[in-house]
Ligand binder design. Structure first.
Ligand SMILES: [Zn+2]
Length: 244
């Protein structure tokens, strides 16, 4: 049943502002879902071509179109390593701006895929102009696709579990993790996927270190010494369980 902790293969949907966001913040979650027999889709609202492709802008004569091509190839490769599909709406970044029709498109993605789990950005991110914009659209699209959990006048799918993935400056974003995912069995896949994003190579180091750091927190919480790498998430919708 979507939104519960039932041990069934998951349909996992990640919607992020930029093409690289999914890999640092949820690459382990994607690989884990796929390894368990589930399915994962990634939708990026932009390629992050202007604001998050630093290495590519060191090249003389660089153009936005050329950067987008590289970013598409990187994202497709990284998603493939993790076992996910990748689509980009190519709405532009820094700033990411769009109208209500994009919310409708995202609603239709949720209706079509009916994810058990939906991942996106935190509500606040004082270090990024686009992440909060994506957050607002995703939350709104999810609600338009699921309604109020009761019958309504429009098509709906069961409510998905909604998690925010870890920002790069978590404290400044008000990120308070309440869920640690043990990604130890799939960490090699995540590291390979991060390496595919050569245009943001520094982020791979950042999040590889963060995964070890979060594993400490996970071990404090459950005492399982086998957890060596973890991803942190914050639940936005209460979990419904059959036992505590
Ligand atoms: Zn981003």
């Amino acid at each position: 049943m979507p939104g519960t902790t039932d041990d069934i293969p998951r349909r996992l949907l990640v919607i992020a502002a930029h093409a690289g966001d999914f890999v640092w913040r949820s690459g382990g979650a994607i690989a884990t879902a796929v390894a368990a027999g589930g399915e994962a889709r990634v939708v990026a609202l932009s390629y992050g071509e202007r604001g998050e492709s630093g290495e590519l802008w060191k090249v003389a004569g660089q153009t936005v179109e050329a950067v987008k091509e590289v970013r598409h190839a990187e994202a497709t490769s990284a998603a493939g390593i993790l076992g996910a599909s990748f689509d980009c709406l190519d709405l532009g970044d820094y700033p990411l701006r769009f109208g209500e029709e994009v919310v409708d498109r995202l609603r239709d993605v949720v209706l079509d895929f009916a994810p058990h789990v939906l991942l996106t950005h935190t509500e606040r991110d004082p270090f990024n102009p686009d992440h909060p914009v994506a957050h607002a659209a995703v939350v709104r699209a999810r609600l338009l696709a699921t309604g109020a959990g009761v019958a309504g006048a429009f098509p709906t799918v069961p409510p998905s579990a909604l998690f925010f993935f870890e920002p790069h400056q978590p404290e400044r974003c008000g990120f308070l993790p309440d869920t640690f995912l043990d990604i130890t069995p799939v960490v090699d896949r995540k590291i390979a996927a991060m390496a595919a994003f050569a245009s943001q190579s520094y982020m791979g180091t950042h999040y590889a270190q963060r995964a070890e750091h979060r594993a400490w927190h996970a071990r404090y919480a459950n005492g399982d010494a086998s957890v060596r790498h973890a991803e942190a998430f914050q639940r936005a919708v209460p979990a419904v369980v059959r036992q505590l």
